[in-house]
Design a protein around this ligand. Sequence first.
Ligand code: NDP
Ligand code: MG
Length: 404
Amino acid sequence: MKRLAILGSTGSIGVSTLDVAARHPDRFRVVALAAGSNDALLARQCIAHRPEHAALADPDAAERLRRALAERGCATRVHGGAEALALIASLPEVDAVMAAIVGAAGLPATLAAASAGKQVLLANKEALVMSGALFMKAVAEGGATLLPIDSEHSALFQSLPRGFACGRAGELERAGVRRVLLTASGGPFRTTPVERLSAVTPQQAVAHPNWRMGRKISVDSATMMNKGLEVIEARWLFGAPLEAIGIVVHPQSVIHSMVEYRDGSVIAQLGAPDMRTPIACALAHPERIESGVTPLDFTALGALEFGRVDALRFPCVGLAREALRRGGTAPAALNAANEIAVESFLDGRLRFTAIAEVVEEVLEKVTIEELACLEQVYAADRDARALAKLSVARRASARGEAAE
Ligand code: NDP
Ligand code: MG
């Protein structure tokens, strides 16, 4: 019986994880659930899955959850406050932690799971992007096992030799890998005339053609910053140098990524675009279990297309590669600036095309340091957020004046 903690249980990945786990009550027991502030959904999840622990980062929401569960006679212990999430992630009675909090907010708890030597099922790519080498060090020192949830990284993992260990030095070289190729759908604006991009709405941006996901990652997919973050994620998970990480635009999202070997072989992983496949793959690793995903029907698929990334349309991909090249605290600054820019776009304060402009401006202004400790990651995150907020405010006031 594998005992699970699900961080971000109220989100898209969290809900899919519970769906897969509930199909296998003989294999998985949900010991802890955690989220940000959605006490209503977390209460329903606690009543359905009866975990020993539940936590909400928002203390008021935790109090509401406590009352709701007491009224329903549910014995789950409720914890409140951001620190409670790290506590949940390192509980001795937990074997595997699904790290599915969105954004930098997930870093402390994801790191805590790594340091506590858990099996870490990593969806929270921002945590790895921000802290890179330090995160991988925590995994090694804590004796944790890292399993990718991101569909592309799960696809690469599945296309690598059995026994491949994320984070072990020299693994790609030993496996005879020449390149890893991340596929990208190109999102909802792959063919939208570039001059129309500045006027697209949040509603259009979150309407991904193939995947149903949370709002932040949906906007990241529309700008393709998501693919940029995934390049950085692949660098750390697989120890791949930047030159050995390629991107192929593949609008159908059937091939989820590919590994190109030295001898010319390319091994790809295919499947329906449903996160329950990579989730089930990590939950049961190295076994295969039923996930509820409808199998691919090749006779109905039609043509699969492939193309290059249009760098003018998607400047965020180049910005992320540049941040990885600069190294140190640059990826943490990139991630923080992007989080503020995306949030501002979703709130209607920033144009879609200005997301990349804000990130670029912050990367030009922020001081980049070599990475020696976590405090630097948090400081870079804070500084970049402050610079990004100023940039957004300046742009909003310029737009206001232009409109007058
Ligand atoms: P959602 O927006 O659907 O869910 C986010 C989750 O994080 C919610 O449970 C939310 O809780 C929680 N959360 C937000 N802020 C905080 C906080 N400050 N403290 C604690 N918990 C918080 O996101 P997704 O499920 O789509 O994505 C989660 C992660 O997985 C992201 O890092 C994303 O990049 C990654 N991922 C997602 C994929 C997908 O298909 N959705 C694919 C690949 C990667 P609450 O509801 O209470 O606010
Ligand atoms: Mg992905």
